[in-house]
Design a protein around this ligand. Structure first.
Ligand SMILES: C[S@@+](CC[C@H](N)C(=O)[O-])C[C@H]1O[C@@H](n2cnc3c(N)ncnc32)[C@H](O)[C@@H]1O
Length: 421
């Protein structure tokens, strides 16, 4: 790490300025770190992510020491410093680095004295106070609908899962046993492998050989439920970055993978090359696809509210305004996807959303609108799936507060639909 951590910390503050000031997602603003070395870039991202997870606690501690609101950039520097100080970093290094980050800022340099004074107070009192503060809550735009859907206790448990963050899950190619090479990895009942402390992903055994890919255990279930067979034609609508395409290609299916974003498909191309798997990749609009297939997987664009453990920027960068448009798009995509099935074919509909309007309700409405369409409950009976997760209309509801003793899972909704005849 260069410059006693100043570069990485400045990078973290720049990321927070964009997420909290401009409402942008972390994944869309990483170009602001382009000038950093690899390790500094990784550290900046980790610091920004940790700070977003602990933002409410950091603000509660800071507000005791701030008589008037500082500019956002300075507040973000104080937030990064506070989270570091309260989670075990050495006080001297954090305070000095944050004073330099603010001191070198063109407009706010004169506030470095404030940063020094406030962070010294936090260093003295913060670490003890930190753990007594409540688990950070979701913002109202999301907390309200989730409480209505799942109840207050469940939402509190989800918030605890979000605050805890996510382990790293891997999906292995069929026939490859990773338990020998990845020491300390836990085999999950649904077939994924979990690493609590993964370190650098590309340095893990089997990465170069393409033996596995990164995929949350919940995200691996839609393709397991679709259960593609060798030689079957499968259309993966909304495929990028492509974890599910890889699973279906590895099962031997002929996969057509479609996504509107060529940039996101780039990741799929890289993963196909690394794993030596094949798929027919097409950049385009799912709503314009034609043809008929044995099976279709529709992983529709959604609020992504099931992925907050890994994307703590989401509740802060978004305000829910886009959800109505997404619900309408999902309904159109589902109706169109059904036209692409061979008679007797199956469609797996899924979203990484915690909102029933993007899952349960979509499937209920599709079942009501399409005579002959049925929810295939038998397809959900797979290893590791708790029958309590199966919903009234015959889908599968996954939540971040499930498997608490194992480290949780992403929130997802999955249903397998079949058309008779
Ligand atoms: C939830 S992500 C898909 C994740 C992917 N299935 C996987 O397993 O890695 C949703 C995707 O939908 C794509 N998308 C959004 N609108 C689309 C459209 N009209 N046609 C095709 N893809 C679309 C986005 O670019 C995004 O990659």
């Amino acid at each position: 790490m260069s410059d006693m951590g100043v570069d990485a910390r400045r990078g973290a503050v720049a990321l927070l300025d964009k997420v909290l000031g401009e409402g942008r997602m972390l994944s869309d603003v990483t170009e602001s770190l382009d000038r950093l070395s690899g390790p500094d870039r990784a550290r900046a991202q980790r610091l920004a992510t940790d700070t977003l997870r602990g933002l409410e606690r950091a603000d509660r501690l800071l507000n005791k020491h701030l008589r008037k609101a500082p500019p956002l950039h300075v507040r973000n520097a104080l937030r990064v410093g506070t989270v570091e100080l309260c989670t075990g970093a050495a006080a001297h290094g954090v305070v000095n680095a944050m004073v330099q980050v603010v001191g070198r800022h063109r407009r706010h340099g004169q506030l470095k004295g404030l940063v020094n004074a406030v962070l010294r107070k936090i260093a003295a009192e913060g670490p003890e106070a930190w753990n007594k503060l409540r688990v950070p809550r979701l913002p109202k735009w999301l907390r309200g609908p989730l409480t209505q859907a799942w109840g207050p206790q469940a939402v509190t448990a989800m918030e605890a899962a979000h605050f805890a963050g996510a382990p790293l899950d891997l999906t292995a190619k069929p026939g490859i046993d990773l338990t020998q090479s990845l020491t300390g990895a836990e085999s999950l009942p649904t077939g994924s492998l979990r690493l609590a402390q993964p370190g650098q992903i590309s340095a893990l055994p089997g990465y170069e050989a393409g033996d596995w890919w990164v995929q949350d255990a919940a995200a691996a279930l839609p393709a397991r439920i679709l259960d593609a067979q060798p030689g079957e034609s499968v259309l993966d609508l909304c495929a990028a970055p492509g974890g599910k395409t890889l699973q279906m290609a590895a099962a031997g299916a002929d996969v057509v993978a479609v996504d509107i974003s060529d940039r996101r498909l780039g990741r799929l191309r890289e993963n196909l090359a690394r794993t030596g798997l094949r798929a027919d990749i097409r950049t385009g609009d799912a709503l314009e696809m034609t043809g008929v297939y044995d099976a279709v997987l529709l992983d529709a664009p959604c609020s992504a509210t099931g992925t907050i453990r890994r994307h703590p920027d989401l509740p802060h960068a978004r305000d829910g305004a886009e959800i109505c448009g997404l619900i309408a798009l999902q309904a159109r995509m589902l109706a169109h996807a059904l036209t692409l099935l061979k008679p007797g074919g199956r469609l797996v509909y899924c979203t990484c959303s915690l909102l029933p309007d993007e899952g349960e309700v979509q499937v209920e409405e599709a079942l009501a609108a399409h005579p002959g369409l049925v929810a295939d409950r038998a397809a959900l009976s797979r290893p590791g799936i708790d029958p309590a997760w199966i919903t009234e209309e015959g889908g599968l509801r996954l939540r971040p507060d499930y498997w608490p003793e194992r480290g949780g899972m992403d929130g997802f909704y999955i249903a397998c639909l079949r058309r008779d005849g």
